[in-house]
Design a protein around this ligand. Structure first.
Ligand code: KDG
Ligand code: MG
Length: 402
């Protein structure tokens, strides 16, 4: 079997997605997600101009060699654009392998290690009261693990809290929106939020929180310490993720578990975090960190240090990535939890899929390959629209990490 053709689909059923379709000479095709929120066309062009010409006529079963070719063979390696493009190829090839062998991808990764994949959802509100109502709503839907974010008194907007009644979606059409930030106000507020949530919902629910890269190590240490009585499942991205040494300070002060990695792209980005046991959960995704071939190595390395996975799963990764993540989560031993942010109706229609949610868990389906498709005709009705993630400044105007 040989790779005969490959094409990049860019569509925007509510938000932009980049999908690679690889076709073989015996009629099988595979899909890979290469979506990089706010930088979609960079990946699409990297794929079309630089990657696709190099993979034609290769054996699609050679996932390791093709991955090494795109990584080591590229000289300019790593980085979100390169690794997302590499991931799209790798994901599509594993999809082809599964279809050719008539088995779900999880069987190629070691087979099932569990019955279902524990997922966490997002609850949020303009204030603590509204956030608690949203926790109640999600608990009613069956979720056993809930990330909680709330508006902060004195700030107009904050990460994870939508402005209106629509679900939270950070990218906006037009130029990047800007908002203001105060670490002081945030640090005073978050412990009150979790005190209230635990008081209302008791100890059984897993609770998570995303700091979204905004604290210094010692500020994060303080927050982790103050959240200890509420035993969070994790505190996510307390400091900018690329500052690996920063996690040591947090670790020395608190037993609140720490998760990071959604913006990281390679095993070298988490190498120190894992081998020093500065984190508990590695959140790299299949799409942004090089696909199954790369993430399996990261998970296996993490397993040695009791670090578990917690793959990023926002709406800005397509259902192709969600399907792939569920196969991965089902198979690897040191799975921790999977993020689940449901896509809108239009996206689900463009990407028909076998995966499903039931009572707090997700299941990838047992059909061959990834179990996800792309309706290209329907996708054509939703052309690409440029959109950006927001930019953040402190109250005095200093540019800050969003
Ligand atoms: O594109 C950026 C989003 O994926 C990110 O802000 C979402 O932090 C996020 C999360 O944990 O889902
Ligand atoms: Mg996050």
């Amino acid at each position: 079997m040989k790779i005969k053709h490959a094409s990049v689909n860019i569509c925007s059923p509510g938000r932009n997605f980049v999908t690679l379709k690889i076709e073989t000479d015996d009629g099988i095709y595979g899909l890979g997600d290469g979506t990089l929120n706010g930088r979609e066309l960079a990946v699409a062009s990297y794929l079309s101009e630089h990657v696709i010409p190099c993979i034609l006529n290769r054996d699609p079963f050679q996932t390791e060699d093709i991955w090494q070719y795109l990584y080591r063979g590229a000289y300019w390696r790593r980085g979100p654009v390169t690794m997302s493009a590499t991931a799209a190829v790798d994901m599509a090839l594993w999809d082809i392998k599964g279809k050719a062998l008539n088995t779900p991808v999880y069987n190629l990764l070691g087979g099932r290690s569990r019955d279902g994949v524990l997922v966490y959802c997002h609850a949020h509100g303009a204030d603590i009261e509204e956030a608690c109502d949203d926790v109640a709503r999600h608990r009613e839907m069956g979720y056993k693990a809930i990330r909680v974010q709330s508006g902060i008194p004195g700030l107009d907007a904050t990460y994870g809290v939508p402005k209106g009644a629509l679900p939270y979606e950070p990218a906006e059409r037009g130029l990047p929106p800007e908002s203001r930030w105060s670490t002081e106000k945030y640090l005073l507020h978050v412990p009150k939020l979790f005190a209230r949530v635990r008081e209302q919902f008791g100890d059984d629910l897993h609770l998570l929180h995303d700091c979204h890269h905004r604290l210094s190590p010692i500020e994060a240490a303080r927050l982790g310490k103050e959240l200890e009585p509420f035993h969070l499942f994790w505190m996510e991205d307390p400091v900018p993720a690329e500052f690996q040494e920063g996690f040591r300070v947090i670790r020395e002060h608190t037993t609140t578990p720490i998760a990071t990695g959604e913006v990281l792209n390679s095993i070298w980005d988490v190498h120190d975090l894992i081998r020093n046991q500065w984190i508990d959960y590695a959140r790299l995704t299949l799409t942004h960190a090089g696909g199954f071939t790369a993430l399996k190595k990261i998970a296996d390395f993490a397993e040695l240090y009791h670090v578990r996975t917690g793959c990023h799963g926002p709406t800005d990764l397509s259902p192709v990535c969600m399907a792939a993540a569920l196969h991965f989560d089902l198979a690897i031993h040191n799975f921790g939890i999977q993020e689940h942010m449901p896509h809108n109706k239009e996206t689900d229609e463009v990407f028909p899929h076998a995966y499903r949610f039931e009572d707090g868990f997700m299941f990838p389906g047992d059909g061959p390959g990834l179990g996800v498709d792309l309706d290209e005709k329907l996708a054509a009705k939703y052309p690409y629209q440029r959109a950006y993630l927001p930019v953040l400044r402190k109250l005095d105007g200093t540019l800050w990490d969003w």
